[in-house]
Design a binder for this molecule. Sequence first.
Ligand code: GLA
Length: 400
Amino acid sequence: MTTQPWVAPIGVHTLADRAEVLFHSTFGGAADGVWAAPGRVNLIGEHVDYAGGLVLPFALSYVTTVAVRARDDDQLHCVSTHTDEQWRGNLSEVAPGHPDGWAAYVAGVVWAMRNSGTISAGMGFDLAVHSSVPVGSGLSSSAALECAFALAVADLLGHPTDSDGRLRLIDACIRAENEIAGSPTGGMDQTVAMLAQPGHALLLDCRSADTRPVPVDFESANGRLLIIDTNAPHRLVDGQYGERRAALEVACAELGVETLRDIDDADAVLGSLTAPESVKRVRHVLTEIKRVGEVAELLTLGRVADIGTLLTSSHLSLRDDYEVSSVELDNAVDAALEAGAWGARMTGGGFGGSALALVPDDRVEAVVEHVMHTAAQASLPIPQFLAAEPSRSAHRLSLR
Ligand code: GLA
C-alpha cells in the first residue's frame, strides 16, 4: 500500500509562518498579527447539540492560523494556501448565501459582529489562511477558521477575549455558519474551539450552555485515540443534516416539549410517538445523552478503557436509529473493533468524514493496517489516521 497512513500535525509556528508569507506576497507589508484555532473531535454526544443535549468534544493539535490586518474601507480580502479561490468584496454586501464557498465563514463573522453592534460599519480586513485541519473530514475546519478570525477581530479592536468575551465570539461564529454559510449546525464546534483546555475534553450542556472540563488521559491507560479520516467527503450544507434537525423539531412539537433534553421518562415518550422513524430518531438522542453522562463519569474516575463499549453503542445508534453513518464509516469502525480497539464510532456530522477508535497501545499498528486493508478490499477510499491529543483553544500567536 503506498498511501502514507499518518497525517502529521504541523507545529503552530510553522503554520503561522506560512500564513504570514502568503499575507506578505498577496497584500504587501506585514499582518497586524497571527491567530490560531483548533479543529475538534467529538468523543461522544453526536447529533444532540441542537437538541439541548450533552456533548464531549476536545480540541485537536491540528489548527488553522490566520494572518490579519485591519483596514478602514469596508473591504474584505481573503486568501488561503489551500485553494486558488480568493474572495474580495464589500462587507456591507454580505448576506445569506453571499459570499459562498469558504469566504462565507470569514465574511459571516464580520456580518454577525456588525449585526450585534460589536464592530462598526466601514471596518475591513485582509486575511491569509494556512491550516493543518483536514477540510471536509468532519473535524471542524470551518469552526477553526471562524474562531481564529473572530479572535483576531476582537483582539484588533481591543475587545475582551476572556471567557465572557469568548461567549460573544462563539455566538458570532455560529451565526456566520448558520445564517451566511447556510449550514444549520448546532454550536458544539465553535464552543470547543473557543473554550477547550489542554488535557481535557469539554463537557458542554447545550441546554444551559454550562461547560465543565473533563480530564482525558489516554496515555496513563496505555491507550490512544485514533482519528480515522475515511477520505470520503462529508458535507453539512446539504439536506440530510437539516432534515434530522427538522425531524427532532416535529417530534418535540408532538411531545409538547421545547427540546428533547426536557424529557425525563424516555420509555413513556417513545411509546407515545406515532411515526416509527420519529421513535428511532428520538431514541438515538435520548440514549446518546445518557451515554455522554456515563462517559464523562468514567473519565473523571480515570477509567479510560471502560468508555470503549459506550463509544461503540453510540456508533450503532447513529448507524441504525439516526441513520447518519456511511459504508466508509461502518467499515472503519468494524475493522478497528476486529483488530482490537476498545471501542469505535463515527464522529462529527457523519455521511462520510471521520471515525474514532480507542485503541490499546499494542494494537495501534494492527488497527491501522486492518482498517486500510478492509477499505482496499471493499474498494473504498484508503483512510488516513490522525493522533488525537486534547489541546488548547483559540489563541493569539503574535500582535504588532
Ligand atoms: C456537526 C455540527 C455540530 C454537531 C455535529 C453532530 O459537526 O457542526 O454542531 O451537530 O455535526 O454532533
